[in-house]
Design a protein around this ligand. Structure first.
Ligand SMILES: *[C@@H]1O[C@H](CO)[C@@H](O)[C@H](O)[C@H]1NC(C)=O
Ligand SMILES: *[C@@H]1O[C@H](CO)[C@@H](O)[C@H](O)[C@H]1NC(C)=O
Ligand SMILES: *[C@@H]1O[C@H](CO)[C@@H](O)[C@H](O)[C@H]1NC(C)=O
Ligand SMILES: *[C@@H]1O[C@H](CO)[C@@H](O)[C@H](O)[C@H]1NC(C)=O
Ligand SMILES: *[C@@H]1O[C@H](CO)[C@@H](O)[C@H](O)[C@H]1NC(C)=O
Ligand SMILES: *[C@@H]1O[C@H](CO)[C@@H](O)[C@H](O)[C@H]1NC(C)=O
Ligand SMILES: *[C@@H]1O[C@H](CO)[C@@H](O)[C@H](O)[C@H]1NC(C)=O
Length: 390
């Protein structure tokens, strides 16, 4: 600025001098060279002035821009500082969130480990236990034994005509008075027989002697809805219903025969009369102290898909006897007493002790893997039998 002011002052002085010289030049032609020189100087100075003022203007513009830039930079710096502060703040929150997340993840991992252990235990148990011995009992063998066959055979082999009828009469004591040790020792005709428990108690039960190789003690039977299955704990322990029709044998009896019972067969039929079955190689029921816990030695095999193995090691529960609070809801949701297991799980489950009939929804009688091994099929079943080889 100083430079430009000095410049302007010098120029103003020179220009006034030049104007007075012009007058002199016009009047005195004797000194043309000086005038000429002065003219040249003025021209040069004019040029210089123009040039300088242009430069000054340019400089001023640049200065303006520079100042603007500086202000902009300052503004930017401020913004960056504030952004950095915010990032630090966010980082603090993030660190806290991460530690929160970590602790929650630990919880999840613990839960997962617990679940995995539960599964692993089941799998380990499955691997350690002996597999089925022999497979003589796979599909339903259609051997409709005619009740008169044995009698006919006896009469034909009997040689002396007069004594045969007497002999036959004495040997044919009404079946329901004979006590058989097991179904496998009872006549090869399905029906109700008197059997003996391990503790000596005689009980009445239905023996399935024709399907699945026979020798099967039916402990649960659903046929027509004539018997209400929504029962109390004591009833499930003692048993209810009619062995000739719908019935539940009773948990205590089932436990008593269990050590010598081997295969468990679950046979079912839907309302289109489509049949399916699932067989479990080893099966038993623990005693009352552990609420008649259900046990298997192997996963199921059959045409119905496995909707029962997941209950391995679960306790039996009824609306008035809840041993595992986690599954309390199942009793109400499914309307049944059973070895309940996580009632909303998508793994194969069933509700064989549910309410008989159509339109009962989840409370009805169903087998999750019936018809399609990959879905939880809750469509109702028309008949169900649960039986053990005994
Ligand atoms: C931290 O978690 C809270 C909720 O717990 C959430 O609102 C916030 O956005 C999270 N902050 C960061 C930085 O993730
Ligand atoms: C079971 O049956 C399969 C074929 O159906 C046969 O290969 C296998 O040897 C049988 N196992 C026993 C133990 O009988
Ligand atoms: C079960 O089998 C054992 C031996 O194998 C026998 O001592 C016991 O009497 C059997 N129990 C019944 C109820 O048959
Ligand atoms: C089921 O039985 C079939 C033959 O009947 C056999 O091939 C299969 O390995 C069995 N599966 C299990 C899990 O026992
Ligand atoms: C089963 O019986 C109990 C006791 O009477 C009752 O509270 C419950 O509602 C019944 N459940 C169904 C599904 O009917
Ligand atoms: C019975 O099962 C078959 C095979 O899964 C299915 O096609 C049919 O619709 C079922 N019937 C009823 C009444 O659920
Ligand atoms: C079983 O159900 C799944 C899922 O709904 C379906 O994708 C599949 O096709 C079904 N399989 C059969 C054999 O119906």
């Amino acid at each position: 600025m100083k430079f430009s002011v000095a410049c302007l002052a010098a120029l103003a002085l020179l220009s006034s001098k030049v104007r007075s010289n012009e007058v002199e030049v016009a009047g005195d032609r004797a000194t043309p060279t000086v005038d000429h020189l002065l003219q040249i100087v003025q021209l040069k100075l004019d040029e210089l002035f123009v040039e300088s003022s242009e430069q000054v203007e340019q400089l001023l513009t640049e200065l303006y821009h520079l100042r603007q830039s500086v202000e902009h930079v300052a503004w930017l710096t401020n913004r960056v500082e504030r952004a950095v502060q915010k990032v630090q703040l966010d980082n603090d929150v993030l660190v806290r969130n991460v530690s929160l997340l970590t602790s929650q993840t630990d919880n999840i991992i613990l839960n997962q480990q617990y679940c995995a252990n539960h599964e692993a235990l089941k799998n380990l148990f499955f691997e350690l236990t002996p597999k089925c011995l022999g497979n003589q009992t796979v599909p339903p063998i259609p051997t409709p034994s005619i009740p008169t066959t044995t009698e006919a055979a006896e009469t034909s082999t009997a040689p002396s005509p007069p004594t045969t009828s007497e002999a036959a009469e004495t040997s044919t004591i009404p079946e329901d008075l004979v006590v058989y040790e097991r179904c496998t020792q009872a006549p090869p005709r399905s029906g109700v027989y008197q059997l003996r428990r391990q503790d000596g108690t005689v009980f009445s039960a239905f023996c399935e002697q024709e399907r699945f190789g026979g020798g099967l003690l039916v402990f649960q039977s659903r046929l027509d809805g004539s018997v209400d299955f929504n029962r109390s704990w004591s009833e499930f322990v003692e048993g209810f219903g009619d062995p000739a029709g719908e019935y539940w044998l009773g948990l205590e009896t089932l436990h008593q025969v269990a050590p010598n019972a081997t295969d468990l067969v679950v046979a079912m039929k839907n309302f289109s009369d489509v049949e399916a079955y699932e067989k479990y190689c080893g099966f038993w029921i623990d005693d009352a102290s552990v609420n008649y816990r259900i046990r298997f030695t192997a996963q199921g095999n059959g045409t119905a898909g496995d909707s029962l193995y997941s209950y391995f090691s679960e306790h039996f529960m009824t609306y008035d006897h809840v041993s595992n609070g986690n599954y309390r809801d199942c009793i109400a949701q499914l309307g049944s007493g059973f070895w309940h297991y996580s009632c909303n799980s998508q793994i194969g489950r069933n509700n064989l002790n549910g309410i008989y009939g159509l339109g009962k929804g989840k409370q009805g009688i169903w087998w999750g893997t019936f018809g399609n091994l990959s879905v939880q099929n809750t469509s109702p079943l028309k008949t169900v039998q649960m039986m053990v080889r005994y």
